[in-house]
Design a protein around this ligand. Structure first.
Ligand SMILES: Nc1ncnc2c1ncn2[C@@H]1O[C@H](COP(=O)(O)OP(=O)(O)OP(=O)(O)O)[C@@H](O)[C@H]1O
Ligand SMILES: [Mg+2]
Length: 322
């Protein structure tokens, strides 16, 4: 069953004092995540991944479009309803140092949500529950009496995960949760998240710019480019049969695959310019005149495989394959 989905979700930012510039941070995004499913979101820096996370959490308001959580449109829900829905969501932000209050010991950071929502009666029950949370993520009792700056990066990330789990959420939004960690700690934290996701049947939106990590963690992957989701498919299909020229480059550079015909990929070198109907136009090796003027539609090419590219069309979804 689908837990959360977005409908034409859009967020534009305006920046600049004299000459106003509009940044299409999230542009007409339609994604869904089922119960117990992990959707990996990959894309380069500035693609709009964090903005998408913040929209889903209700931290920022969309310019247009909606977010449906358990069949409720949360972009139009009243305060009370929104608060009860937000309890079912948790966030592991991109910058771990901002996740917990630096003035509080880890114990208090883990206890606070339980106190606010009156989920424990008295200090004994509170301690029991906090220790349970710490145990779930592999933290020892001694860590709990320390401040965030008194623990290692891996321990801090474990505390952040425990904090995220404190209200027993259904949906966790993980924004590059391990990008600040060394590779071995990264592997431990990813294993922990995967184990928790499976044991508690959690739904995860897992942002990363590392396709290797996306592959390990996700059931499906959404590729984001310049605010748009340009392709989504099951993880294996994205790796084995990437359709969008950007996904093909992304997959081939990262996995150093020679399977894709490199001559074809290099057939048209990048050009200058940025404001074309398809955001990848200037860099696309397979661009066509139509891509300059007409925004590509979302095409369903196979079960759970969607691509936004003029190389493909509804009547013959396989025309663009290499
Ligand atoms: N509050 C804001 N005001 C103006 N522009 C913003 C704001 N927040 C984000 N942006 C712009 O929106 C675009 C998407 O930013 P976002 O942080 O979502 O990217 P990202 O994919 O998370 O990148 P990274 O991988 O570097 O974390 C960028 O061009 C960014 O500069
Ligand atoms: Mg980001």
């Amino acid at each position: 069953m689908i837990l959360v989905r977005t409908v034409n979700l859009t967020k534009y930012f305006t920046s600049g004092f004299i000459r106003k510039k509009v940044v299409k941070a999230v542009d007409n995004v339609n994604i869904y995540i089922s119960e117990g499913e992990v959707l990996g979101v990959v894309g380069e820096s500035g693609a709009g991944k964090t903005t998408l996370c913040k929209l889903l959490l209700g931290l920022i308001k969309p310019t247009s479009g909606s977010i449906i959580f358990e069949n409720i449109d949360i972009t139009r829900a009243n305060r009370k309803l929104l608060d009860s829905i937000r309890r079912k969501m948790a966030y592991i932000p991109q910058h771990p140092e901002t996740a917990l209050d630096p003035r509080w010991k880890l114990y208090d950071s883990l206890a606070e949500p339980l106190r606010i929502h009156k989920l424990v009666r008295g200090k004994v029950e509170e301690k029991e529950r906090v220790l349970e949370l710490a145990d779930l993520v592999g933290l020892k009792e001694e860590h709990l009496s320390r401040y965030p700056y008194e623990v290692s990066g891996g321990e801090l990330q474990r505390a952040i995960i425990a904090h995220a789990l404190s209200l027993k959420p259904k949906f966790i939004i993980c924004d590059e949760p391990t990008s600040m960690l060394d590779p071995s700690t990264q592997a431990l934290i990813l294993n922990l998240l995967k184990k928790l996701q499976e044991e508690h049947s959690l739904s995860l939106l897992f942002v990363t710019h590392d396709p290797d990590i996306a592959t390990i963690m996700s059931h499906r992957v959404a590729v984001m480019y310049s605010g748009m989701i340009i392709e989504t498919a099951r993880t294996n299909d994205i790796l084995e049969e990437p359709l969008h020229p950007y996904t093909q480059q992304f997959v081939s550079t990262v996995f150093k695959r020679t399977r894709l015909e490199s001559d074809d990929l290099l057939s048209q070198p990048p050009i200058e310019g940025s404001s074309y109907a398809c955001p990848f136009y200037a860099k696309c090796p397979r661009r066509m005149p139509i891509c300059k003027t007409k925004t590509p539609p979302l095409i369903r090419v196979a079960d759970e495989h969607y691509v936004t590219c003029h190389l493909y069309n509804e009547s013959n979804p396989h025309t663009g394959r290499i």
